[in-house]
Design a binder for this molecule. Structure first.
Ligand SMILES: NC(=O)c1ccc[n+]([C@@H]2O[C@H](COP(=O)([O-])OP(=O)(O)OC[C@H]3O[C@@H](n4cnc5c(N)ncnc54)[C@H](OP(=O)(O)O)[C@@H]3O)[C@@H](O)[C@H]2O)c1
Length: 312
């Protein structure tokens, strides 16, 4: 399905040795994030699993350690829907480590009914804003790590092909961010556009550093993210039984973010602000995601910075 695996493709065995590297994966307790944590740890990285659910995260970490006894994985509490929590998660990390090689902004929800977060942000828009709030306080350690000539520092934002269905956002203020798109999947599409705009703008702000920022569409994968549709349209529930047969596995889905985070080809091909699709191929950004003048990216980051200043 989806013409995914034809011939030998990049896979997790191609991940280079990551001994001495430190990684963060948000939403690492299940789905693509869990595979990503496991494979980074298998190749020697120390990995921080950022999750809102401590017991689920600890169970997931125990499973990884059963499979890979030498795995070095730790939990940090992180709620994507709280700007304060995102900032605190960054601070918890900074209290433990003085380098950060890989930041994978992977957590997300999809297609849930309209609701506002504690900060007054529409919940799916938090897929974007929460990751900005986590990343900004981590930039100094990422930049510092990138001065190590042996480093390969990456910030990987997981977006989606769904971003192609986004409506043009308006980042004038919180009301315009929250207002226009009442169809739940359009709000998801917009949140995935935000992830892409964030990559573009961040790469500009990191000009002169050796840090690579990338956007990744992982494929269409059978994970719990599809259960969000049930909350909005319960009559779709029976269809979920057949999705596992049609969609990629979480392992297959995690490969492109693992490639973006670890492959030396990222530097060799100079993939700054690239949009990658399975497996590790450069895709075409939708025109809103291309954002040639950079106005949307700047608008999104400026609004996030105002919201963060007010709420954290
Ligand atoms: N699956 C697909 O077909 C597909 C396609 C395109 C893009 N993607 C993208 O791939 C990424 C991973 O999705 P997935 O398919 O692996 O979904 P998933 O299995 O549902 O995993 C999502 C992860 O995000 C976490 N999360 C959700 N809300 C959170 C919050 N408020 N605070 C902290 N963590 C939170 C979840 O934690 P809990 O377990 O606590 O809920 C879970 O760990 C997402 O960015 C998604 O948009 C997926």
């Amino acid at each position: 399905m989806f013409g995914f695996f034809e011939g030998k493709s990049w896979d997790a065995s191609d991940i280079p040795d990551l001994t001495g590297r430190i990684a963060i994966v948000t939403g690492g307790n299940t789905g693509l994030g869990l595979v990503t944590v496991r494979e980074l740890a298998r190749h020697g990285a120390r990995v921080y699993m950022l999750s809102r659910n401590e017991s689920k995260a600890i169970t997931a970490i125990d499973e990884i350690k059963n499979e890979i006894p030498e795995a070095n994985v730790e939990f940090i509490h992180f709620d994507l829907q709280s700007l304060k929590s995102a900032k605190q998660a960054a601070e918890s990390f900074l209290a433990k480590e003085d380098r950060l090689d890989i930041l994978i902004n992977n957590a997300a929800i999809m297609a849930v009914p309209y609701q506002l977060s504690e900060d007054g942000i529409e919940l799916q828009a938090c897929n974007g804003t929460g990751h900005v709030a986590l990343t900004l306080p981590l930039l100094p350690v990422l930049k510092r790590t990138a001065t190590d000539p042996n480093s390969r520092v990456r910030i990987v934002n997981i977006t989606s092909i769904a971003a192609g269905g986004a409506h043009k956002p308006d980042f004038t203020n919180l009301d315009t961010l929250n207002r226009p798109f009442w169809i739940t999947v359009v709000r998801y599409a917009n949140s995935k556009l935000f992830n892409m705009l964030f990559t573009n703008e961040l790469q500009k702000r990191l000009e002169g550093t050796r840090i690579y920022c990338l956007s990744v569409h992982p494929g269409v994968i059978s994970t719990d993210i599809w259960l969000g549709l049930n909350q909005s349209w319960p009559w779709l529930s029976p269809l979920h039984a057949i999705r596992r047969r049609l969609m990629l596995t979480p392992y297959q889905g995690a490969l492109t973010q693992l490639y973006a985070a670890t492959s030396p080809e990222v530097e060799a091909k100079d993939l700054k602000a690239a949009y990658l699709v399975p497996v590790g191929k450069v895709g075409n950004k939708p025109s809103l995601g291309e954002d040639k003048k950079g106005e949307l990216g700047k608008g999104f980051m400026d609004l996030c910075e105002k919201l963060i200043a007010k709420n954290s």
